[in-house]
Ligand binder design. Structure first.
Ligand code: ATP
Ligand code: MG
Ligand code: MG
Length: 372
């Protein structure tokens, strides 16, 4: 089977690595250059999107901000999964919120803002503090504002109005600020036959809006059941095929959906070492119509993102708990360059391993480890 991925970043790369043992060939369409490349070497393989679409058995995406004209061409081929609607919902917070409401899953109160009058109305309805997010194009906490006091409205509105002018069809979604205890996410797969395979919840730490540490949760049956019910509601509503990630706020044991990602997700990278079948393989299994693989936890596992760094100390490379995954990207400050999956026999041993690893790592490149 040949799978074309829209987007040629680390997620396509890890799909390619996971596909090889199953004889699934993955190739990637680089949306910024228009080249069809090999996901590992970035070497150009085919000329143009149309050739790639003809060559592919299945088409999928590694990110949600795919231009709609490209999605339309892929949809026309009838080879695209999960569905172009799911990708669009992941890339536009207005569609995403409508989907959450339609599926009946709890989410933060919100309002759509185009004008200053909309913003004032949102402040009255939702109250302060609030989080303001760009409807289109947001990721890693970019395109967001925190509005805490009424005296900040003037300045933030000026910035937002300027921001909206830069992109067609842009808007702002105003959300109540959720005083969460922690953030968790759920990665699940839905097959063509409607069967589902869902991983244990993951607890996530974000630093300056970027995911820095994920830990697979052990136990937590009540929370897991809540999350799985919301997964099934969303996946069924979308008639979804593939891996779908859902980010939640945990407020006193009650989950609220923050956002969805219609693709494999950074908070699921731990599954490469911590689960029977990793998220990348399960996504490929789903879209190619194979039976889904087991999502059982093998052992307590955490994932640390490597941000803006292209070297690791020998102590980390030699640590038997650590599994290193580089993305082969050029070094830039704050950029996701790779990740480390840490495995241990017990949750306590995993926390010890994290503390030990923290001693060897720069807190700037590994911000989440400072609290361990
Ligand atoms: P991602 O890279 O996960 O796609 P994103 O840019 O889409 O990020 P969000 O996930 O919406 O952004 O927000 C980034 C982070 O900001 C969240 O993980 C959370 O820590 C915080 N945050 C977002 N919305 C709220 C909210 N309504 N209340 C409190 N904190 C929030
Ligand atoms: Mg997002
Ligand atoms: Mg997010």
């Amino acid at each position: 089977m040949k799978v074309l991925v829209l987007g040629a970043g680390q997620l396509a790369r890890m799909m390619s690595l996971a596909g090889a043992p199953l004889n699934i060939e993955v190739f990637a369409y680089d949306i910024t250059t228009g080249n069809v490349v090999h996901p590992l070497t970035q070497q150009v393989m085919l000329k143009g999107l149309n050739t790639a679409i003809t060559y592919a058995d299945v088409i999928t995406a590694e990110f949600e901000h795919v231009p709609h004209d490209i999605l339309a061409v892929c949809a026309q081929s009838k080879k695209f999964l999960p569905t172009t609607e799911a990708i669009k919902a992941g890339g536009d917070r207005r569609l995403e919120k409508a989907l959450l409401d339609q599926a009946g899953v709890r989410n933060a109160r919100y309002a759509t803002v185009h004008t200053r009058a909309d913003l004032d109305a949102a402040i009255t309805d939702i109250g302060l503090p609030m989080v303001l997010k760009s409807a289109l194009g947001g990721y890693d906490g970019k395109g967001q504002w925190r509005l805490k006091h009424t005296d900040e409205v003037e300045g933030i509105w000026a910035e937002m109005a300027d921001f909206m002018n830069q992109t067609d069809n842009q808007a702002i979604v105003a959300e109540e600020f959720v005083p969460f205890d922690r953030e968790v996410s759920l990665i699940g797969t839905r097959g063509k036959d409607g069967s589902v395979a869902i991983y244990p919840l993951t607890e996530n730490v974000h630093t300056h809006g970027v995911l820095s540490l994920s830990t697979a949760l052990v136990g937590n049956d009540a929370l897991q059941a809540q999350a799985e019910a919301m997964f099934e509601a969303l996946a069924d509503t979308l008639n979804y095929v593939g891996v779908l990630a859902i980010e939640f706020f945990d407020v006193d044991g009650q989950l609220l959906v923050n956002e969805i990602a219609p693709r494999v997700h950074n908070s699921g990278h731990w599954t490469q070492q911590g689960a029977e079948t990793c998220q990348f393989e399960n996504h490929l299994r789903a879209v190619t119509g194979l039976p889904l693989g087991s999502t059982s936890l093998i052992r307590p596992t955490a994932m640390i993102n490597i941000l803006g760094e292209d070297q690791l100390p020998t102590a980390i490379l030699a640590d038997p708990h650590c599994h290193i995954h580089w993305y082969g990207k050029e070094k830039r400050p704050g950029r996701k360059m790779g990740h480390i999956n840490l495995c241990a026999v017990t949750p306590e041993a995993l926390q010890d391993a994290l503390r030990n690893v923290a001693q060897h790592l720069d807190p700037v490149a590994f911000p989440a480890l400072q609290r361990n």
